[in-house]
Design a protein around this ligand. Structure first.
Ligand code: ZN
Length: 244
């Protein structure tokens, strides 16, 4: 349930030609209808799009190989195990910056020009801070993935009819968390040298949700600029895989 504001999501041109061209394209596309193209004072440049940062990953192989349904594996089993893993990894990645994500620093759950509102069990829309939103997401997902009736682990137990719908819902929420980390806590991730992990996790997640059409592309379009850069394999000369 994203609500777009009228903020222009473009950033300042960076020192890199590649980023500059990318931003130019974005600016041209997104600023249509704005007569003076003036940026609001709160606008920040998208540091996460700079080549210096996007080239940092922790693996150097095509992540698509990891997400394709293996032969002899049931689709629901595959979706269940991957969804549970992404939940754990994204929860962990968020925990690395959670001390910087407070009710003061992040008064709303934002990513780019989008504000996410939480809808409670009765469908009531609530505006909440980003840490509250993430807490709602993680509590809900934790409850779902540990519910034996929804994510069965015992042999012979069937997945419910609503399984795919619930997986889509979980992935949509997890995307919001990743988008918020990039938009509001990228600097802190870089300061802790965790952006390589973030880039790899994000890319892995995006190729997974694309492979099984789990999130509406309209929902993820706010991060398309980054997705395109990260999902394109690096030329060998630029490959700066972090050694751990
Ligand atoms: Zn935050």
């Amino acid at each position: 349930m994203a609500e777009d504001s009228s903020r222009d999501p473009t950033g300042e041109p960076s020192g890199h030609d590649f980023s500059r061209n990318l931003l130019k394209t974005l600016f041209h596309r997104k600023s249509k209808g704005k007569p003076n193209g003036k940026k609001p004072p709160t606008e920040e440049k998208k540091q996460y799009l700079e080549v210096e940062y996007t080239k940092v990953r922790v693996v150097d192989f095509d992540l698509k190989e990891l997400v394709v349904l293996p032969r002899e594996i049931d689709l629901n089993e595959w979706l269940a195990s991957n969804t549970t893993t992404f939940f754990n990894l994204i929860n962990l990645q968020y925990s690395t910056i959670s001390e910087f994500c407070t009710g003061d620093t992040c008064q709303a759950m934002t990513a780019c020009n989008t504000v996410y509102y939480w809808y409670d069990e009765k469908g009531k829309k609530t505006k909440c801070t980003a840490p509250q939103y993430v807490d709602f997401v993680m509590s809900l997902v934790q409850k779902l993935v540990t519910d034996e009736d929804i994510f069965p682990t015992k042999y012979g137990k069937e997945f419910p009819n609503a399984f795919e719908t619930l997986v889509k819902k979980i992935c949509r929420y997890l995307f919001h968390v990743l988008a918020h980390i990039y938009w509001s806590h990228y600097r802190e991730s870089v300061a802790m040298d965790l952006h390589g992990h973030l880039n790899t996790l994000y890319t892995h997640f995006i190729v997974f949700i694309r492979e099984f059409n789990l999130v509406d592309p309209k929902e993820t379009s706010i991060m398309d600029d980054l997705s395109e850069v990260l999902c394109t394999p690096l030329p060998p000369a630029q490959n700066h895989v972090t050694e751990r």
